[in-house]
Ligand binder design. Structure first.
Ligand code: UTP
Length: 297
């Protein structure tokens, strides 16, 4: 039995939801016809990093909640046999490897969100694919994570041990506290804690801590009923944090501290830094980029 198939919640977590239906307004015009999750870190799209992270912990079904008018994510994961055959005939196995992204065992499902009515609304669209006693992962691909251990591993373990909502969190700089959902931890133990409360985007001086929720969650199917009852906010969006707050008050929830680095690629600074971070790890790029940066400094 693997460490991810034990404890209180016996069912293995095999499904992950990728909400990719947002408008990505902070990256217009790039996101006018392309989902922001397809923006690359050097040469690999953000969504592919997130998918690889999920597959590495045993996720078998990938559920993409996408905007009806954007087919590019479907195309990205399509096997495209003619392209593969062309590269094979040219003996370019290096290119075959690059376009052959998903093995045939992985199940992919694409659900249109219809209208971008918020992250909570996006997650709710996956309801028909998740059974009532199941837990599932949610990954926001615009949070790019570099970590020594796959961050989903500890999150899934926590969810299976407790049977409760488990959220990935990291300490955020004080000037960014008001941009995130902030949790109030009870008592940390080996990087995990029960949480007392979650507050969406609090003013810095009212925040219960500096632990911000990042885009990796494991949720029980019970969240769907809560989402259906969650009113839209002032912008007309159903927020996932509001539903998590209700579930937390009802039955508890846990936070797992990220052991690694997260780049919020939903805004320019995080996206550019993620690209620099990955480029600086590439021996072929490192010296050229540091020379260039030194010249600019
Ligand atoms: P964000 O708020 O970061 O994405 O949502 P956004 O709304 O696309 O970006 P901006 O603020 O306009 O620049 C976090 C994640 O939730 C998805 C987004 O695609 C992103 O991955 N999302 C958001 C949906 O799938 N549907 C929505 O209605 C809203």
């Amino acid at each position: 039995m693997s460490s991810l198939q034990n404890n209180k919640y016996p069912n293995k977590i095999t499904k992950a939801v990728f909400p990719v239906g947002g408008l990505g307004t902070r990256f217009l015009p790039a996101t006018k016809s392309m989902p922001k999750e397809l923006m690359p870190i050097i040469d690999k799209p953000l969504i592919q990093y997130a998918v690889e992270e999920a597959l590495a912990v045993g996720i078998e079904t990938l559920i993409f909640v996408t905007s009806a008018s954007k087919h590019a994510i479907f195309d990205h994961f399509d096997p495209m046999p003619s392209l593969k055959m062309r590269f094979e005939q040219q003996g370019r196995m290096d290119l075959v490897e690059k376009v052959d992204i998903l093995s045939t065992e992985v199940k992919t499902v694409f659900i249109p969100q219809g209208e971008p009515l918020g992250l909570g609304h996006a997650v709710l669209q996956a309801q028909s694919l998740i059974s009532a006693d199941e837990m599932f992962a949610v990954l926001l691909a615009d949070d790019f994570i570099e970590a020594p251990q796959n961050p989903l591993h500890a999150l899934l373990e926590c969810a299976q041990k407790t049977g409760q909502t488990s959220l990935s969190v990291e300490q955020v700089p004080s000037e960014r506290i008001s941009s995130y959902g902030i949790v109030s931890p009870k008592q940390w133990q080996a990087g995990q804690t029960e949480i007392e409360a979650i507050v969406e985007k609090p003013p810095r001086d009212e925040a219960p801590s500096d632990f911000g929720v990042i885009g990796r969650y494991v949720l029980p199917a019970r969240i769907f009923d809560v989402l259906k009852q969650t009113p839209a906010d002032a912008k007309g969006e159903i927020q996932l944090t509001d539903a998590i707050k209700t579930l937390l008050q009802r039955e508890g929830a846990h936070a797992v501290q990220l052991d690694g680095q997260r780049f919020d690629c939903g805004h320019h600074e995080g996206f550019v830094m993620a690209n620099l971070h990955v480029a600086m790890k590439d021996p072929a790029l490192r010296s050229k980029i540091s020379d260039y940066l030194n010249e600019q400094a």
